[in-house]
Design a protein around this ligand. Sequence first.
Ligand code: ADP
Ligand code: MG
Length: 502
Amino acid sequence: MLDLTYETPKPKVIAGAKQDWELVIGLEVHAQVASNAKLFSGASTAFGAEPNSNVSFVDAAMPGMLPVINEFCIEQAVRTGLGLNAEINLTSAFDRKNYFYPDLPQGYQISQLYHPIVGEGEILVDMGPGIARKVRIERIHLEQDAGKSIHDMDPAMSFVDLNRTGVALMEIVSRPDIRGPEEAAAYVGKLRQILRYLGTCDGNMQNGNLRADVNVSICSPGAYERYQETQDFSHLGTRCEIKNMNSMRFIQAAIEYEARRQIGIVEAGGTVDQETRLYDPDKGETRSMRSKEEAHDYRYFPCPDLLPLEIEQAWVDDIKASLPELPDAKKARFVLDLGMTEYDASVLTADAESAAFFEEVAQGRDGKLAANWVINELFGRLKKEDHLITESPMSAAQLGGIIDLISTGDISGKIAKDVFEIVYTEGGEPAEIVEARGMKQVTDTGAIEAAVDKIIAENPAQVEKAKQNPKLAGWFVGQVMKATGGKANPKAVNEIVSKKLG
Ligand code: ADP
Ligand code: MG
């Protein structure tokens, strides 16, 4: 496997009134499994359905109903674990996490506290060319989502929508290895990218299909290194957990606010209370939701309705064999095999669809030229119209056709841009368009010579001047290009002009 080497970024240092502080951040990301059915029932997971229309008797917790595990969801959790280079636990088990809430008809959530399906893994979080942070994953477990309470439909009543109840979530828990607001956002971005490559979660943050609980603490410089050496959490500050963030921008803003709030408390001689907080994007602040003292005692115990989950190594191996090439490997291959810059490789591997498009264009062609046309022309054009690569009006074969015409010398880079515009807006086969519209580059030296002779004959005064000052030859080249509609091969024109002017 190809690997790029990276430097570790410096932690973000925040100046306080009395001393400098560093941030320590750990994330619990809830990723909805891309499954059409729920974790323990056959009800649909379709987004935006009529409230309470996707609710089975199991989801509604009718008496006597029993959960039946959805094998597809288990497979997606294993796939995700493998994609994060994590340990897969062949035996895991489900536990009940007991609490009361109107959107939780069972009175408990089925989760995996003691024996999660996935153990330790890691993610490389890119922070710019040549710089990346390795963030350890502690575990991934499967659990049910809860329903939704709706408080703003009626002044006196609240409503409950159970469509989401029982939908499969993967909770991906990181170690506290993230060292700044930008890194936290980049971590979520990288995780989202990998999940989307794997196809195990659609990563739609707006719909809440990917959301994060963000744990933040502050410490003095040097304290984190002592934690790293000993894995002893007492070297770190007390953390606050900001719940349910579904925007990378808000994650950054919330961490920045939270860091300043904690520094203010500690420098004033106080102590940070371990608590759960909520971020208010309108005010740009976090506020307390509940403190550790009021924290729930969930009375976890093994779910008596479900046997321990046993999976076979051979099944795990089959899933592993079916994994696609993931972003880090793809990026390294583009850099090391195709000689691309890391920046270009990052752009082209941002999502699996862009990478596949590029690879089709580059197949059998000059990789760098292909990268240049895909990034600068096609992506640039798509961005202007707010289109995704999957909505591109130009196919990889069409763009490849344009590049072929440049490589054979049939068209110049400049004319190629005109061809690009025609194919993009009108469609069609590049070679046919070039032929039909007479856009071929003139490399026939006879034709170029005739054009040069004509310009020279018509401009005797300019010829005299150019003979004194060779720099003026450029004027003739320009005239020839103009006379040929930009189709003359510029190199040939240059040569012939300097020869004729002596
Ligand atoms: P809980 O289940 O109560 O939320 P965990 O021990 O599972 O507690 O930790 C949850 C998250 O908090 C993990 O992502 C972990 O990395 C992070 N975390 C733990 N200690 C700290 C700390 N001092 N500062 C920042 N994050 C932390
Ligand atoms: Mg937590």
